[in-house]
Design a protein around this ligand. Structure first.
Ligand code: ADP
Ligand code: MG
Length: 753
């Protein structure tokens, strides 16, 4: 599917000369050599390598060490006690002296010990897990590097628990450095990650070192410089071949840094080049609609608003208007924090299209949200002659038929729906504008399908998940970006607090008081997909308890995703009309609900929510002029109850992450700042959910840490795409080959669909 969608985008170019067609390469590229033919690999190893996604010589060259063994971090066993209690990882190099599996004292648990020696003494290492594997892992006399945080055993001796180890020499290697004099040479030894299966065929870290040495030696002529000399010199980048040499076998710390920089640039440059090409293909050949932007309807709406538009809203509207006026199809991302007023901006945009006699498709990621938008829109437009229709799956058949007919005839002017609007056989009479409320759930594919439908309508994508600029550039590199970076003035900042499970009574008392003052509250429970049934049961039981025991004289209702859509509607409407005081809900309310009188958000089991989710949830309050509160109830014990499934260190690092998440919520309400933290904690893949992310697996560059390099690479890539849009110039042949190789990979990773 990914493949077709990409070519679908490329194929939108009407001009045959602008299509991509790759000419035959002059010199064979490293991506054209299957790994099987590398000396020392062979079919069996190749098969295991393929299982971890390494197929060609190019893949192997891009398989970078996860760490390096640096002599400056190697210490003698005798000196280990100096590092006790510092929490620092240190490395020793030692020979295997003896090892054994043992039984714990008065218990049937087993553990494994390994004793290594260097010229200064002996060190014992202990394993409590994975014993089956480690007991077969070692040979007496073999040389290892071992890294861990030193601790004391019960008898007060220094030990390593679960050290990371790497085999250094086993009599097989002729061109490895002289380990005896390692302390004196400047050698930096790469460490490669491996799997049990790879280790079985001899490809542990040492095995990788060996095949990489061979590859770098035998395939040198095929590692062709991809970047032109002027780009290299402008950014002080070392040649590609030197970068590969030094990322794998660094000659010095400085060269390792230079290699990293070059490869990061390389990675970001090609990513941006792809986006530049896609953008070109999407926009330049196609003639869209030039709207007349003086719109009486939009004017009327602006005049009828009970508030002034913020400066940011007005600026963004100007940017959108300029796009609409131009005959090029608009491709714009409208981003802004929850509650920053994107909906009004989008609505003004829609009215311009309506005034020009065009239809508008407004798509939301879920039916609940589509219904919410529909309600909001009809409320705003109640005194205006605009025909707004809702089109969702839950509708009765004859109503659907009627709506479809209205869309086809053109009497329906604004149609609100889910992606069903583009997937099912919906025929528009005159589709001119598409507004997508993305909530980061729609991919590029939907946008492409849409463009196919209409006569190249203008497209406005709204996102409520603020995206750090660097990431926005990557994820939406083919869109122009408008940002509402200012909140409406009359808002009190929401007060956020963390409370522990045992402090809940106090929280309830506070809620009771606020309800007495006429305020409304949300109490949200986690509902995680993998444990949906259990979670739903827990939430329902908790609701019963709250209703009968905690808030007996208060009107409560339960809302969750499994309910029928008219049932959900009924409850939400009742909440909006203040017939319900406390809405107990699972995360279905995460997006879109707008009830200004609700001022309290209680999040139960807050430790189980991601930052972006917490931020969205908090955005449900603070929508009116009154002081709002968000109380995050954390149950750290949850991890202890679930620790059986997790190794010790993972429990600790999870707890640490939870703390950072919750504390970030307390210290800031700025969605952009929150998104940056989130991205750092989770990495871009997870940040957007891997499948929809559209972000290729970056090997070395980080979208957060390397933003300066990303900006530079983007500029160069876009410049180059302008200069030589089809990479036809002879001096760009190597770039073109790399681009094609990467394309295949990117397609596999689903970058484009
Ligand atoms: P978003 O979609 O960005 O989360 P909304 O458009 O739903 O935000 O706006 C949140 C609330 O603020 C709505 O009730 C909206 O009517 C109101 N609002 C929008 N713009 C302004 C403004 N400039 N001043 C005051 N309130 C505003
Ligand atoms: Mg909104």
């Amino acid at each position: 599917m990914a493949v077709t969608s990409f070519f679908l985008i490329l194929a939108q170019s009407n001009n045959p000369h602008n299509r991509f067609c790759f000419i035959r390469p002059e010199k064979q590229h490293t991506a054209q050599f299957p790994l099987q033919y590398v000396k020392g690999i062979g079919p069996r190893r190749a098969e295991e390598l393929a299982a971890v996604g390494l197929h060609t010589v190019r893949d192997l060259l891009w398989y970078f060490p996860y760490d390096y063994l640096d002599r400056r971090r190697i210490i003698k066993i005798r000196d280990l006690n100096k590092y006790l209690g510092k929490g620092e990882h240190v490395t020793v190099i030692g020979e295997v002296y003896r090892f054994e599996k043992r039984r714990a004292y008065r218990s049937d648990k087993t553990f494994f010990t390994l004793t290594v020696k260097d010229e200064s003494g002996f060190l014992t290492c202990v394993w409590f897990q994975g014993i089956k594997w480690v007991e077969k892992a070692f040979e007496t006399g073999e040389l290892l590097s071992l890294s861990s945080v030193p601790s004391l055993d019960r008898l007060g001796r220094v030990q390593f628990v679960h050290p990371v180890f790497d085999r250094l020499k086993g009599g097989l290697e002729e061109d490895e450095p002289d380990w005896g004099s390692l302390f004196n040479t400047g050698a930096i030894i790469p460490k490669y990650s491996s799997t049990a299966e790879l280790t079985d065929v001899g490809l542990d870290s040492r095995g990788f070192r060996r095949i990489l040495r061979t590859t770098l030696r035998d395939f040198r002529p095929h590692i062709i410089e991809t970047l032109p000399p002027d780009i290299l010199s402008r950014h002080r980048l070392i040649p590609l071949i030197e970068a590969f040499d030094n990322i794998h076998f660094p000659k010095s710390e400085a060269l390792l840094d230079a290699a990293r920089k070059r490869l990061k640039f390389e990675e970001l440059f090609f990513l941006q080049l792809m986006l530049a090409m896609r953008r070109r293909v999407i926009r330049e050949d196609v003639r869209g609609i030039a709207f007349n932007i003086s719109s009486p309807l939009a004017r009327k709406l602006a005049d009828s608003l009970p508030f002034e538009l913020t400066k940011a809203q007005r600026r963004v509207l100007k940017e959108i208007a300029a796009d609409m006026e131009s005959p090029k199809p608009m491709n714009r991302l409208l981003q802004g924090d929850v509650g920053s007023g994107k909906t009004v901006v989008a609505l003004m945009t829609m009215l311009v299209a309506v005034d020009n006699g065009y239809q508008v498709a407004f798509m939301a990621p879920t039916e609940v949200l589509a219904e919410q938008h529909y309600r909001t829109l009809t409320a705003f437009l109640k005194d205006m002659p605009v025909n707004v229709r809702l089109f969702v799956g839950g509708q009765r058949k004859n109503l659907r038929v009627e709506v479809l007919e209205d869309i086809r005839r053109g009497t329906a002017q604004i149609i609100v729906g889910t992606h069903a609007l583009i997937q099912e056989g919906v025929e528009f009479a005159r589709l001119g504008l598409v507004v997508i409320d993305e909530q980061h759930r729609f991919g590029v594919l939907q946008r492409a399908t849409l463009r196919e439908k209409g006569i190249h309508p203008d497209t406005l994508v709204m996102t409520a998940t603020p995206i750090p600029r660097t990431l926005a550039m990557t994820l939406y590199g083919d869109l122009d970006i408008s940002t509402i970076d200012e909140m409406p003035l009359d808002r009190e900042p929401i007060k956020t607090a963390i409370r522990l499970e045992k402090q809940k009574e106090k929280v309830y008392t506070f809620v009771r008081e606020e309800v007495k003052r006429g305020k409304q509250a949300y109490i949200v429970f986690p509902l995680i997909e993998e444990s949906e049934k259990i979670d739903l049961k827990a939430a329902t039981a908790e609701y019963e308890r709250l209703r009968s025991k905690v808030f007996p004289n208060v009107r409560l209702a339960l809302l969750h995703g499994r309910m029928k859509s008219d049932e959900k509607d009924r409850i939400m409407l009742a909440f909006k009309n203040r017939e319900i005081d406390i809405l107990v809900a699972t995360t279905v309310i995460e997006v879109g609900i707008d009830v200004p009188n609700a001022t309290i958000m209680i999040v139960e089991n807050a430790e189980r929510f991601g930052l972006a989710q917490l931020h969205q949830l908090r955005g449900r309050v603070g929508r009116g002029a009154d002081q709002s509160y968000c109380i995050l109830i954390a149950d750290y014990a949850w991890f202890d109850r679930h620790r059986k499934k997790m190794p010790e260190y993972e429990v600790e690092s999870e707890k640490q992450k939870v703390r950072v998440r919750l504390e970030t919520m307390v210290t800031t309400t700025d969605g952009f700042q929150i998104a940056e933290v989130d991205l750092k904690l989770r990495g871009p893949g997870e940040f957007f959910g891997t499948r929809q992310s559209g972000i290729p697996g970056l090997r070395i560059a980080s979208l957060v840490e390397d933003s300066a390099l990303l900006v530079a690479a983007r500029q160069e890539a876009f410049e180059l795409a302008k200069l030589d849009p089809e990479l036809r110039r002879p001096e760009h042949q190597a770039m073109r080959q790399e681009f094609e190789a990467l394309f295949k990979e990117v397609l596999k990773l689903g970058l484009v669909g």
